[in-house]
Ligand binder design. Structure first.
Ligand SMILES: [Cu+2]
Length: 159
């Protein structure tokens, strides 16, 4: 009986939320634009970069990332310590409602640690992103040259 009552309360709470936010239940809110990575060696680490755009009415958070090509995949931010820029893992990355966050070299990025195969320019690499609200989003990273600073570089350098 207690269980039943709890289940009913849960359902009515969900119903109320759906009435207040009719769009948020259907729209994931967060989209991923221009996912790319830098070429990297087998056994090394690879940086993944992209733009997270949140069209939804609520803030979201990127809480994890993974790829079968890496032993561990972390979310990193880059911080200045005196004269030195250092990367450090963070547990999540905020994506504000109606806003966007760009992961780029020298800033926040996804770090694929311990690559089981090289990342070769011109190929694609699968990356799974998990958001607190939007859930799981699968993307394909377009691998650019090792020194690339943005997603468009390879399009001009192909051939
Ligand atoms: Cu890093």
């Amino acid at each position: 009986m207690t269980f039943h009552r709890r289940a009913l309360m849960g359902l009515s709470a969900l119903g109320a939320l759906a009435l207040i936010h009719p769009l948020s239940a259907q729209q994931p809110g967060v989209s991923v634009e221009q996912p790319w990575a830098r070429a990297a060696l087998q056994g090394g680490n690879g940086g993944a970069f992209l733009t997270l755009r949140n069209a939804g009415p609520a803030a979201d958070r990127l809480v994890s990332a993974s790829t079968p090509l890496a032993r561990v995949t972390e979310i990193h931010e880059t911080v200045r310590e005196g004269e030195v820029m250092r990367m450090r893992p963070v547990s999540a990355l905020d994506v504000p409602a109606g806003g966007s966050v760009t992961l780029r070299p020298g800033g926040a990025h996804v770090m694929m640690v311990g690559l089981s195969q090289p990342l070769r320019a011109g190929t694609t690499v699968p990356l799974t992103l998990t958001f607190e609200r939007a859930g799981v989003v699968e993307v394909q990273l377009a691998v650019q040259g090792a020194g690339a600073s943005g997603p468009a570089a390879a399009a001009h350098h192909a051939h």
